[in-house]
Design a protein around this ligand. Structure first.
Ligand SMILES: Cc1cc2nc3c(=O)[nH]c(=O)nc-3n(C[C@H](O)[C@H](O)[C@H](O)COP(=O)(O)OP(=O)(O)OC[C@H]3O[C@@H](n4cnc5c(N)ncnc54)[C@H](O)[C@@H]3O)c2cc1C
Ligand code: SF4
Length: 335
């Protein structure tokens, strides 16, 4: 399918980019790596009248701040994240989550900001053929939903499949957002509206400028797993990010964050399960029970042919392994 005509600008700074976004009253889109935006334009899920390329702006390398947090420019390419010795050493979960996005060709151009701001996906939405699905669904401003016709009108259950977002939420990361009123900072987990039609709390005139990961607590361990049907080059059927940190006795849980992505309108935290772990002396039985509880708590949306039961079971099994890995790292057994 041939792309329609649109205007194109290539500003030299993020400030110029925000000014352009304002001038076009939200009808323009930022073009970072373009690996999510351009395919969506080809199938006319998105129809911006102007693309504002961020390609002339060089991202700053990841750096440690005075308070021990780590700042990562949102324009950083995923390949640079996964290959950065600094990031791999200081925040290996983020490097791992970047490493599993698509294939190397994608990661060489795709950015962290673009990964966070990607559109939700649905088997029926992301294709437009003359012979099928010609009536637009709710996500394309139409009046139907192919996989879930029994839902309340206007309900879209397309899922948000970023691989880095669950890791950033497990790491309690914040994002800096540049807009008309200056810079605002919000926890990454509050970016998500829970509505697939407008999945992000981000005005069309705003730009994510950087991601800040706070200092890692002592006694910290992490686990990350992405399930895909073919094992690579593929969007997730579910992705899991776990952060656990222990008291000085290296047995008692001081804190936990369990995040599951790709099975809902945005990443989900298993808050009740996290709470139930804090203060407990951890062992394999307890972590297995936590995985069972969390998979029930998450209640995944069926997507891309995977049933709710299948996804529930997938999350339960891989969460067991991910929790154990996080605990072993926190305990120091992986050293
Ligand atoms: C074959 C293929 C496989 C893929 N596999 C995966 C996968 O496994 N996992 C995964 O997570 N994704 C996957 N993707 C989706 C996509 O490649 C990634 O999400 C990628 O990180 C998007 O980044 P980008 O820089 O290319 O974003 P773009 O396509 O340039 O932008 C995506 C959206 O974000 C907006 N945007 C970009 N930067 C900013 C910013 N700084 N502030 C505010 N808004 C911004 C854009 O306007 C656009 O709406 C895949 C894509 C393809 C084509
Ligand atoms: S789930 Fe959303 S994107 Fe998929 S067909 Fe229904 S309305 Fe469209």
């Amino acid at each position: 399918m041939i792309l329609y005509d649109f205007d194109y600008e290539r500003p030299n700074t993020l400030q110029e980019a925000t000014a352009l976004l304002r001038q076009t009253e939200g009808k323009a889109r930022l073009l970072a790596g373009g690996t999510d935006l351009l395919p969506n334009m080809r199938v006319q899920v998105l129809k911006p009248t102007m693309l504002i390329s961020l390609g002339a702006i060089t991202p700053r390398p990841p750096q440690a701040e005075l308070d021990g947090s780590i700042r990562i420019d949102a324009l950083t390419r995923l390949a640079d994240l996964e290959n950065s010795e600094f990031v791999r050493r200081e925040i290996p979960m983020l490097a791992e989550s970047a490493h599993v996005v698509g294939g190397n060709q994608i990661r060489q151009v795709a950015t962290l900001g673009g990964n966070l701001c990607q559109e939700t996906r649905c088997l029926y939405l992301n294709q437009e053929h003359d012979y099928q699905f010609t009536a637009p669904c709710y996500k394309r401003n139409g009046d139907c939903c192919y996989p879930f016709p029994g839902n309340k009108p206007g309900t879209c259950w397309s899922v948000y499949m970023s691989d880095t977002a669950p890791a950033l939420i497990a790491l309690s990361a914040n994002v800096d957002i540049i807009g008309e009123a200056g810079v605002r900072t919000v926890p990454a987990e509050t970016l998500f509206t829970g509505n697939s039609l407008e999945p992000l709390w981000l005005a069309r005139t705003e730009i994510i400028s950087s991601v800040v990961v706070p200092p890692i607590p002592t006694g910290f361990g992490w686990g990350y797993h992405k399930s895909t049907i073919r094992g690579g080059l593929e969007f997730a059927m579910a992705n899991i990010a776990v952060a656990l940190w222990l008291e000085n006795d290296r047995k008692t849980c001081a804190g936990a964050r369990i995040v599951v992505g790709a099975v809902s309108e945005g990443p989900l935290r298993a808050l009740a399960t996290e709470k139930s772990l804090v203060g407990q002396v951890l062992n394999a039985d307890l972590l297995w029970k936590a995985a069972d509880d969390a998979s029930n708590e998450i209640n995944p949306l069926p997507h891309h042919g995977f049933t709710r039961n299948y996804l529930n079971e997938n999350i339960r099994v891989y969460l067991r392994r991910t929790l154990i890995t996080a605990f072993e790292r926190a305990y120091g057994m992986d050293a």
